[in-house]
Ligand binder design. Structure first.
Ligand code: SAM
Length: 284
């Protein structure tokens, strides 16, 4: 395993807190992550934020091809020095701005037939953009197998939250709509250098089958209704939808009555299925 502290010293590397640079230094955790990613043969692995390359090194060893996307240009020489195999491609760019189909073309341009490979996304995520990165991948049209990510424990709590709790909200519902999330294990903050202020969890998302999703216009409506319902979570659903989207209060009252839900219900009491029915009825 790449020795993080030595590597930083040797290269005079300046750690950027603003980019969420907390490097994994625990070899046991690294091995556990690799086991969970379950890299079978015929895989293209895409890593977001390779850092110094310690997770990347293992991905390259185990996958047919690995693409890593890193925003910090000052890591370019270090990564390319640490990982020399030719089944590896480093792209220096902001993942939030990258076009995923362009990223995949780095693989097909090497002559691989992408249909024959499983696409695995992997990341020890920079904490400041955890949610944006997860949403970008799970809402994309890329047919990936799994997305395995290290995220701060509090975000993991929100992903797996149950209705009627303060953690339950937009993130819980969006993730449930687009994917099947699975909790893997918690990781202590001491497994990283520098030590972050929070503990982490490893989570794996499987992409939901397109057949389980709504037609695009209904999906758009559902997203809009969920966002509006949680805009002011202390308000009743009726008031939130009226304030945010100017939906007539009586219309919502009638729908709630029809599906046997109390008129004073708040967004945090409704499941994804409830929101699906609600948005379908409102659309009528
Ligand atoms: N994978 C390494 C590890 O496990 O030790 C580094 C993980 S560190 C938590 C997050 C990495 O993401 C850093 O290398 C950081 O520079 C990079 N990063 C931050 N923002 C990024 C972005 N928008 N796009 C791509 N990489 C980013």
């Amino acid at each position: 395993m790449i020795k993080v502290k030595e590597e930083i010293k040797k290269n005079n590397f300046y750690i950027k807190k603003s980019l969420g640079q907390n490097f994994l230094i625990d070899e046991n955790i690294l091995s556990k992550i690799i086991k969970e990613i379950y890299i079978h043969d015929k895989t293209l692995t895409i890593e977001i934020g390779p850092g110094l390359g310690n997770l990347t090194e293992k991905l390259v060893e185990n996958s047919n091809y690995t693409i890593a996307i890193e925003k910090d240009k000052s890591l370019e020489n270090i990564i390319n020095k640490n990982i020399k195999q030719n089944n590896f491609k480093l792209i220096i760019e902001d993942f939030l701005k990258s076009d995923l189909n362009n990223v995949l073309s780095n693989f097909t341009n090497e002559g691989f037939d992408i249909k024959k490979y499983k696409i695995l996304f992997v990341s020890n995520l920079p904490y400041y953009i955890t949610q944006k990165i997860i949403m970008k991948i799970i809402t994309s049209d890329i047919q990936f197998e799994t997305l395995t990510v290290m995220i701060q424990k509090e975000v993991s709590d929100r992903i797996f939250a149950k209705p009627y709790t303060k953690d339950y909200g937009i993130l819980t519902l969006f993730v449930q709509y687009y994917s099947i999330p699975k909790f893997l294990f918690n990781v202590s903050r001491n497994s990283f250098f520098p030590v972050p202020n929070v503990d982490s969890s490893l989570i794996q998302f499987a992409k939901k089958n397109d057949k389980e999703k709504l037609p695009l216009d209904e999906e758009k409506k559902l997203i809009q209704i969920i966002k509006a319902s949680f805009a002011q979570r202390r308000k009743t659903l009726i008031n939130s939808l009226y304030n945010e989207l100017h939906i007539d209060k009586n219309t919502i009252k009638e729908i709630l009555n029809k599906i046997n839900i109390n008129e004073n219900v708040r967004a945090e009491e409704l499941t994804l299925e409830h929101f699906k029915i609600l948005s379908k009825e409102i659309k009528k």
